[in-house]
Ligand binder design. Structure first.
Ligand SMILES: *Cc1c(COP(=O)(O)O)cnc(C)c1O
Length: 464
């Protein structure tokens, strides 16, 4: 247990402890909560090298949380017991890279790692406060499903997840609607993902409604999610350092909302010897443009075969920017206000035009992605999901002999089997969990794309 406090990037909220930060999500001043400082762990790395995943998770998270040690230990164990492999996060050599398999959780995507932990935190805090929580979310795929699997069956929590009817992949829809627990409500909204998001936004802005019904979010900006993700950078990085005898490693991270790679940036700042963070985007390249030019400018979203990265405004980026402006909330507020109006902000670049020497950024196009899936399969017999393939593709542009390359694998290939089929001409990716879904019973209610209809639905179902 520590006394780590969390502050808002926009400077408008009093410092708070971890548990309060988890329940708060987005800060009231519109900023994101960040740890007030990052611990230097260099003198612990020697010991951390040999720890199993849950043991390391406990050691890392202890530095950031105000939970009694025994309680944190139990939360961590409960979160990672549900993973299907004992290593939790296996690291597999594939050709010239080390693939860090983050997809062995219940929904076969890396978001399980953070959402299992966040759900357990919610339950723990609610029990102690004798509270209830009604989670409302909108999803276009992976997040909703990982959140539903995180909180299913929990007594003090109900979850309402809207998805645009008929517009998420049939597999992703089934991963959500086949969860039949009483506390899970899947809502197929007759509209687009944007409609779902704007309904969610209206309901969160309805303060009396939000308060009366203890409405909460499973925001991608929740501090607990970022912290849980720091763990696997240490776990995989230390393992590969040990195996190879190298003194530094590189990580390639397929990026959308800047959540995953932010955790890598924090790990590096805490003292993990990271030579480069490779930030890989698909054609939705706002972050690549930023790290190559210093200008962060909104584009239009184009749909790709790595849909979980089809994002043009990266919600976690503000945390990086906060550090970038010397943790000066006034300056950050001014930049964000500007961005809101103009859709553009910029930072000064270094002499050689370098934005940040820690980062190497690049775009993997659809073509690069399919080529990478094909090459990797032909050369190593290993199937990459399209998100991971974007990362591997960009990583191949900056290999360095003395720094092993770790590529984060964010989803199991069977989740995106159409891309595998496009790349290889055959549908080679399967997973028993997904195969079983075809016969699973499902439950889902259909609603018009209308705030009042969704409000009435939540009202009716949120009291036990
Ligand atoms: C969410 C997601 C990503 C992007 O992660 P961010 O934290 O948003 O950068 C990449 N791949 C998969 C499979 C995902 O679900």
């Amino acid at each position: 247990m520590t006394t780590m406090s969390y502050i808002s990037t926009r400077g408008g909220s009093a410092p708070m402890g971890f548990q309060q930060a988890v329940m708060t999500g987005l800060a009231e001043d519109g900023g994101l909560l960040v740890p007030c400082s990052l611990p230097d762990v260099r003198d612990r790395l020697e010991v951390w090298r040999s720890l199993a995943y849950p043991d390391l998770a406990y050691e890392v998270l202890r530095l950031f949380t105000d939970l009694p040690d025994a309680d944190l230990r139990a939360l961590v164990d409960r979160s990672y017991r549900v993973f299907r492999v004992p290593e939790v996060v296996p690291v597999v050599p594939v050709g010239k890279v080390h693939v860090v398999e983050l997809f062995h959780g219940p929904t076969l995507a890396f978001k399980d790692i953070a959402l299992q932990f966040l759900s357990n935190c919610f339950e723990y805090i609610l029990e102690r406060e004798n509270g209830e929580l009604n989670i409302l979310g909108a999803t276009s795929g992976d997040t909703g499903s990982a959140a539903i699997h995180g909180v299913r069956g929990r007594e003090r929590i109900r979850i309402f997840i809207m998805h645009p009817k008929g517009r998420v992949s049939p597999l992703q829809e089934r991963q959500m609607t086949s969860v039949l627990d009483d506390n899970v409500f899947n809502l197929a909204v007759e509209g687009t993902f944007d409609d779902c998001q704007s309904i969610m936004k209206s309901l969160f802005e309805d303060v009396p409604f939000k308060q009366t019904h203890s409405l909460g979010a499973i925001n991608s900006v929740n501090s607990a999610r970022v912290l849980a993700q720091i763990v696997y950078f240490f776990y995989a990085g230390l393992r590969v350092l040990e195996q190879t005898g190298a003194s530094r490693v590189r990580f390639s991270v397929p990026t959308g909302n800047f959540g995953d790679i932010l955790a890598g940036y924090y790990a590096a700042r805490m003292g993990l010897p990271v030579g480069k963070l490779i930030l890989a985007t698909n054609e939705n390249d706002i972050l690549t443009r930023f790290f190559t030019t210093g200008v962060y400018a909104k584009g239009t979203v184009v749909p790709t075969i790595s849909p979980s990265m089809d994002i043009q405004v990266a919600s976690n980026f503000e945390r990086y920017l906060f550090d970038r402006v010397g943790r000066n909330p006034e300056m950050l507020r001014a930049m964000m206000a500007d961005f809101k109006v103009s859709g553009r902000l910029s930072v000064p670049v270094g002499e050689g035009g370098e934005v940040d020497p820690l980062f190497f950024a690049g775009t993997g196009t659809t073509r690069d992605t399919l080529d990478t899936i094909r090459h990797t399969y032909r050369e190593s017999g290993y199937l990459l999901d399209p998100h991971t393939a974007v990362g591997v593709s960009v990583a191949s542009r900056c290999f360095r002999d003395d720094e092993p390359m770790l590529c984060l694998a964010t989803a199991h290939p069977a989740k995106f089997n159409q891309a595998i089929e496009d790349a290889l001409g055959e549908d080679l990716a399967h997973h028993p969990i997904l195969d079983q879904l075809k016969e699973a019973e499902t439950r889902c209610d259909c609603l018009p794309a209308d705030v009042d209809a969704v409000r009435a639905y939540v009202q009716e179902h949120c009291t036990p």
